[in-house]
Design a protein around this ligand. Structure first.
Ligand code: UD1
Length: 423
């Protein structure tokens, strides 16, 4: 298995291009199932999760092609051969559940394997199912699969009130509602930029949607959707991750394609810590103000709050801050697995339930480390950039799920990092 070796670094400088958002692409791709006309996505990232979604759509009979080295995904679902998403693919990636709403809305029935838990928590899909039930779907859980059936005239509009904010459940409900009869109102909906991106794409396909980006989305169902071409929004998590590289190492790096709107709550915390962020014509320029980074407290929340997907990376920064920072993880119950690995590098961290207290040390020391999820893996790379000596990050396949060209992008700003091929 490949590994990545990071050697502690001085200041970084240069520019890093930020890719299209993995999480936006993973919901835009299933949207193709809503129409028999082609959907083309530009600015699609080249990632293994995108390949997994490609395989899933192909297993249903959709045509999916990566064009121009994968930067463009062209999809067509004019002749599907199956409405069943098999366990073998779904277990690899939870976002597979996002085919359920579109299949049910267009074909009136679908069978999708339940995704099961994952490293960061139990992550049930009850909210997805409740939303579809509110649109008249009959659901039956048998042999590990959700068997879903729409009423004879198809899904009908309904009021869906989410008891807690869920990105995926909002996306599934939004897609299903575009073809339901009548009006659907999603209350306590997620407001993430990826939801706004999905709504904009669906509108280009002919959907009638109001209120995306607020907590109430209203959808007027239409009889059919057409094709569209859509540019995937910038990946705010990749953006935030690379903003932390100059914050940790010093120097100045410009993140191409970044905007403050995508990462406002995160920028506020960087400012408190002593990191400057400036909007430029091409993106965001990040530099560390003089002196050591200051401790800050962080609570993860749904958008527009501080994203859970940047919590691990922020912790890497705070490991060498002056003072003690308190990080509270409010979205997932088991999302501090990076803490023991950071401690192997000399970090001082106390974890109690959903709270981690991080007391900054002068320097971290390189060590062999491994991580059990995507964001944890990249936090170890960031920590390695700040550490004395070599850090060897194992289980690199997690990174390949969500970071395109991580080694090349960091080398481009002067980081000492390389990928070593394993057996
Ligand atoms: C998405 C993102 C993921 C991010 C997360 C939170 C994608 C592909 N993934 O995941 O990177 O970390 O949003 O920003 O976009 N929940 C339930 N029942 C449900 C659904 C969710 O209890 O039916 C809970 C989850 O366990 C979690 C919370 O709700 O505690 C939020 O999860 P959710 O927003 O649904 O995350 P995902 O859409 O899975």
């Amino acid at each position: 298995m490949d590994s990545i070796i990071v050697t502690g670094n001085g200041p970084l400088s240069g520019r890093i291009p930020i890719a299209g958002a993995k999480n936006a692409c993973l919901t835009l791709m299933p949207a193709t199932l809503l129409s028999d006309e082609p959907l083309t996505l530009t600015n699609a990232p080249r990632l293994s999760d995108i390949r997994t979604m490609t395989l899933l759509l192909q297993s249903l009979g959709a045509e999916v092609q990566g064009l121009q080295e994968g930067q463009v995904q062209a999809m067509s679902s004019h002749a599907l051969t199956s409405t069943r998403a098999e366990y073998d693919i779904v277990r690899k990636m939870r976002a597979s559940i996002l085919v359920l709403g579109p299949l049910l809305a267009r074909f009136g029935h679908a069978e999708v394997s339940l995704p099961g838990g994952c490293a960061i928590g139990a992550r049930p899909v009850d909210l997805h199912l409740r939303a579809l039930e509110a649109m008249g779907a009959e659901l039956d859980l048998r042999e590990g699969y959700v068997h879903a059936k729409a009423p004879s005239g198809g899904l009908r509009g309904g009021i869906v009130e989410f008891p807690l904010v869920s990105v995926g459940a909002t996306e599934n409900a939004l897609m299903a509602a575009t073809l339901a009869k009548g009006t659907t109102v999603l209350k306590n909906a997620a407001r993430e930029p990826e939801i706004v991106d999905l709504a904009q794409c669906l509108r280009k396909m002919g959907a009638q949607i109001d209120g995306e980006g607020t907590d109430t989305i209203e959808i007027q169902g239409v009889d059919r959707l057409g094709g569209a071409t859509h540019r995937v929004v910038t990946d705010r998590i990749e953006l935030g991750t690379y903003m932390l590289a100059p914050a940790i190492c010093g120097g100045e790096v410009e993140l191409l394609g970044g905007t403050i709107d995508l990462v406002r709550a995160f920028c506020e915390k960087l400012d408190e810590a002593g990191i400057s962020v400036e909007e430029t014509a091409d993106g965001l320029k990040v530099s560390r103000r003089n002196g050591r980074v200051k401790a800050v407290d962080v609570i993860t929340e749904p958008f527009p709050g501080f994203p859970t997907d940047l919590q691990a990376q922020m912790m890497a920064l705070l490991c060498t801050a002056e003072g003690t920072s308190v990080l509270e993880e409010k979205i997932f119950e088991n999302r501090f697995m990076h803490a023991p690995e950071l401690m192997r590098m000399g970090a001082k961290i106390d974890v109690h339930g959903g709270t981690a207290r991080v007391t900054g040390v002068d320097t971290l020391k390189g060590a062999p480390v491994m991580a059990t999820d995507l964001r944890a893996s990249v936090s170890l790379i960031l920590a390695g950039l700040a550490a004395e000596g070599d850090t060897v990050v194992n289980r690199v396949y997690h990174l390949d799920r969500g970071y395109e060209q991580v080694v090349r992008k960091l080398q481009g700003v002067g980081a000492r990092i390389e990928r070593v091929r394993g057996e």
